[in-house]
Design a protein around this ligand. Sequence first.
Ligand SMILES: Cc1cc2nc3c(=O)[nH]c(=O)nc-3n(C[C@H](O)[C@@H](O)[C@H](O)COP(=O)(O)OP(=O)(O)OC[C@H]3O[C@@H](n4cnc5c(N)ncnc54)[C@H](O)[C@@H]3O)c2cc1C
Length: 496
Amino acid sequence: MSEPVATEDETRPERFDVAVIGGGPAGMAAAMAAAGTGLSTVLLDEQAAPGGQIYRSIEKVDEQGDRMRQLLGPDYARGADLVRRFRGSTAVYRPRSAVFDLSAEGGIGLVGEGRAQWIEARRVIIAAGAQERPVPVPGWTLPGVMGLGSAQTALKSSAMVSDVPTVIAGSGPLLYLAAAQLVDAGARIEAILDTTPRAHYLHAAPHLPRAFLAGPELRKGLHWQRLLKSSGIEFHTAVHDIRIEGERQVSGLRARAGSWELHYDCELVLLHEGVVPNTQLAMVAGAEHRYSRLQASWQPVLDPFGRSSLAAVLVAGDACGIRGADIAHAAGELAGLAASADLGALSGDELERRSGASRRLIARKAPLRRFLDILFRPRDEVLVPPDDATMVCRCEEVTAGELRQIASIGCSGPNQAKAFSRAGMGPCQGRMCSLTVSHLLAAANRRDVAGTGHMRIRPPVKPVTLAELACMQGLPPPPDSGPMLPTAPEDEDATA
Ligand SMILES: Cc1cc2nc3c(=O)[nH]c(=O)nc-3n(C[C@H](O)[C@@H](O)[C@H](O)COP(=O)(O)OP(=O)(O)OC[C@H]3O[C@@H](n4cnc5c(N)ncnc54)[C@H](O)[C@@H]3O)c2cc1C
C-alpha cells in the first residue's frame, strides 16, 4: 500500500489512498475501517477536535468532569470511547482543515493554518454530516435568532448558556434533547413551542409499534418530553404561524396554537425544524442526487455501501440522508470497508463478512427512521414561506415575494433564479436558501421539487481568502481546454 507522500516540490499534491471528510461518527468509523486494512488514510475536519456534531468537544468535556457529562447525557459520553479508538488508529488526523473543493477524481481543496492545499486520494469518503434546516419565518434574520443546534454547540464547546429570556420553537427529536439540556444548564426558557402538526401523529401512528421495537430511541424521546413538561416551562403543541418581532433585534415572538394567540417578550429565539444532509461537497464533485419527499431534501444516489455515481467518491452518515449517529457510524464503517475492497486491500468475501454487523444494524433501525420521518416531516409553511416579505436568501437579501415574482415571469428553476435574482450567489453558496428556493419555485410553478431541481454548486463551498490561495501547497491539474463559453442551452446558470 502506498504511504502518504510528503513532497519537497510544493506544486505536487500530497497523495493518500483514502481521504475522509468529516470527523463525526461516520468519518471516524470510515477512517478506522480503511486504515485498518493498511491503506494510507487521512481524515480532514474543520473542527479543532474529533467528534462531529453529536460528540462535539467530547475530550474537553471529559476533562471538565461529571457535571457537564451528566448534563449532556450518556449518549454523548459514549463518544469518548469512539474518539479514543480513532486517536489510536493509524489514520492521519488533520483538524482545522475545511474542504472547499472536491473533484470527481478525488482531488481535494482544503484550507487550514492560513494556507490552502490541494491533495489527492484514490477514494474520498464524504462524511460531512448535516446542518439545521433553515427556518425562513418572518423575522428570522434578526439578531437574536439562532438555530437551537447552534445554542447546543455553544453549550458543548464552551459550556455557555444565554441568560436572556428565550423561546424555543420547532420540531424533531433534537428539539426535545437540546431543549432538555439547555433547561438543565440553567437557560431562561420562557416557552417551548412544538410545531409538529397533530395530523402527523395520525400518519405516523401505524409505524409506532415497529419503531418502538427498533431500539431505545423513542423511549428516550418520551423521557425528554416528560422532563420538559414537568419543568414548569410553558409548553404548547401544534404551534404554527410563527412571527419574530423586533426593530434592530428580537424583542418578541407571536404564534398560534389552535385558536390560541401566543405572545412572548423575549430577546433570544432558538428555531429548529430538523436537520438536512450537507450535500455541497457531493454536488460540487458532480455526484448524482435525488430528492427525498419524506425528508424534504436532496440526497446523493448511493449503493448500500455508500458508493456514489462517481467511482472515486463515497458518502456516509447524515451527509447521505438523516439517520442518526448509530447508523452514521455503521454507514461510515461500510464505506471505509468498501473503499478498501475497491482498492484491492480487502477481498469481496472479507467485505461481506466484515460488513455484516453494520448492515444488520442499519436494517434493524430502518422502522424507527420511517416513523421519525413521517412524524417530523417539515410543515408546508417551513418549506414554502407564505408571507411575501420573508427573507429567503440572507446573503443577497432576496425575499419570498421576489422569487414568486420571477416565477411568474418564467423562471422555472433555482439556477435560473440565480441570474434573475442573485439568490444563492452570496458567500454561503446557497447553503441557507437553496432548499427553500427549490421548494418555493416548485410551488409557484405547480411542479414537483424533483423536476424543479437543485442549485448547481460551485467551489469554494467554504470561505477561502486570496492570501490562502496564493500560498497553496500542491496544485490541481490544469482545467480541460474546453470552450470558453457555455454551449449547452440547459446551462442556465452561466452567470454563476
Ligand atoms: C447542530 C447539530 C447538532 C446535533 N446534535 C446532536 C445531538 O446532540 N445528538 C444526536 O443524536 N444528534 C445530533 N445531531 C444529529 C447528528 O448530526 C448525528 O446524527 C450524527 O452526528 C451524524 O454523524 P455524521 O458523522 O454523519 O456527521 P457529523 O457528526 O455532523 O460530522 C460531520 C463533520 O464534518 C465536518 N465537516 C462538514 N463539512 C466539512 C468540510 N467542508 N470540510 C471539513 N469538515 C467538514 C463537520 O464540522 C463535522 O465535524 C446534530 C446535528 C446538528 C446539525
